[in-house]
Design a protein around this ligand. Structure first.
Ligand code: 2ND
Ligand code: ZN
Length: 356
């Protein structure tokens, strides 16, 4: 089967659940914002800076991959910068044909110039509102939901969980924990997760990326995660590519969504290549698989590019791309009727035409 081209995929509606705001800045924007505050960058030409991020993140280790965020976080410390980055994020995703996106970031990393947590969330939300309005005016409507992340090595998860609930009717649709996984198990933040469950709120947990099954098991069975951020190491519980262990079976039976991020996983060493990425097996075994960008800047990627790479590696056609898109939409944190409306009114009609 001939792979579907990147340009055709751009025209199809797509849904994205795992994209970091501080991992998706335009290189030009970083350069301008850095100049305003005197932050020194490893390159000052947009193309060279973009290439630097991809090369530096291509390290084979999550810890080294995460070091590159020092430069993006440094330039996201004022309301104007946060507003701009969020607005451009919405516009860039919309231009790529993403119709629904959940974008996450850690408010606690944006307090260096004296902002409060609420200031940060308000600035980002306003940026997203403006970006979505502009995208709609350009004929590229997109809905963006925000996930607030707490850093797993820090100790602010309860505070960030409360912040998420406080802004639940103003664009924040969920909570997450991120950062280095080894040595920082999800149960460190059990209080926050229990609080969120009592509040009937939604959350995902980065788990099973740089650490294996115990992290996934804790995220699901101790913390009650609705979805798994990555979850790619779940394959360690699938013997010989076909026999599911108890945990893998539970995840599949309960239809727990996997937010898989192929290019990011290759960079951090969680997968050897796109062709060898466990997404092929997980798709064949009918897990609730979704495709995501993780960090567009660090991976030099986009939602359409991730799908094009998968189409090429696994021979996936429009039927598979529709399946992935509907999986993502079914797994979104917005209300059920709103998810259904996007599936029935936007996604299915567009793919019906593509499927011919
Ligand atoms: O893939 C990831 N795994 C763990 N942490 C991550 C990943 N991508 C980004 N982060 C971290 C770095 C960011 O500064 C933070 C909030 O978006 O989340
Ligand atoms: Zn991530």
């Amino acid at each position: 089967m001939v792979a579907i081209s990147h340009s055709d995929i751009v025209k199809a509606p797509k849904a994205l659940l795992h994209d970091h705001l501080d991992g998706g800045l335009r290189p030009e924007t970083i350069i301008e914002l850095a100049a305003e505050i005197g932050h020194e960058l490893p390159a000052t030409d947009p193309e060279a800076l973009g290439a630097w991020f991809v090369a530096a993140a291509d390290s084979g280790s999550l810890e080294r991959y995460l070091e590159t965020f020092a430069h993006t976080v440094a330039v996201m410390q004022t309301p104007a910068a946060l507003h701009r980055v969020a607005k451009e994020c919405a516009l860039d995703l919309a231009a790529d044909g993403v119709v629904y996106a959940e974008v996450r970031y850690a408010p606690e990393q944006h307090l260096e110039h004296g902002l409060s947590l609420d200031d940060v969330v308000e600035a980002v939300n306003a940026g997203f509102v403006e970006g979505c309005e502009e995208a709609a005016a350009l004929g590229r409507p997109i809905r963006v939901g925000v996930l607030l992340t707490a850093m797993r090595h820090a100790a602010r998860s309860q505070e960030i969980a409360e912040l998420s609930v406080r802004f639940r009717d103003q664009g924040v649709v969920g909570f997450d924990i991120a950062g280095a996984e080894a040595g920082f198990p999800p149960t460190r933040h059990l209080d926050a997760f229990e609080y969120l469950q009592r509040e009937n709120f939604h959350f995902t947990i980065h788990a099973g990326e740089a650490f294996g099954l115990p992290s996934i098991w804790q995220a699901i069975q101790w913390c009650g995660a609705d979805r798994l951020g990555h979850g790619v190491r779940l394959v360690d519980d699938i013997a010989g590519g076909e026999v599911l262990g108890r945990l893998a079976a539970y995840v599949r039976d309960k239809r727990i969504p996997l937010e898989l991020c192929p290019s990011s996983n290759v960079q951090t060493g969680a997968a050897a290549s796109i062709a060898e990425h466990p997404i092929g097996l997980l798709h064949d075994l009918r897990f609730r698989v979704t495709v995501n960008t993780d960090n567009r800047l660090m991976s030099g990627t986009s939602m359409s590019r991730e799908m094009a790479l998968l189409s090429e590696a696994f021979g996936w056609g429009w039927a598979e791309l529709q399946w992935l898109t509907i999986n993502a939409m079914k797994s979104a944190f917005i209300p059920y009727d709103e998810r259904l409306a996007i599936i029935n009114e936007v996604i299915k009609p567009a793919y019906a035409k593509l499927l011919g």
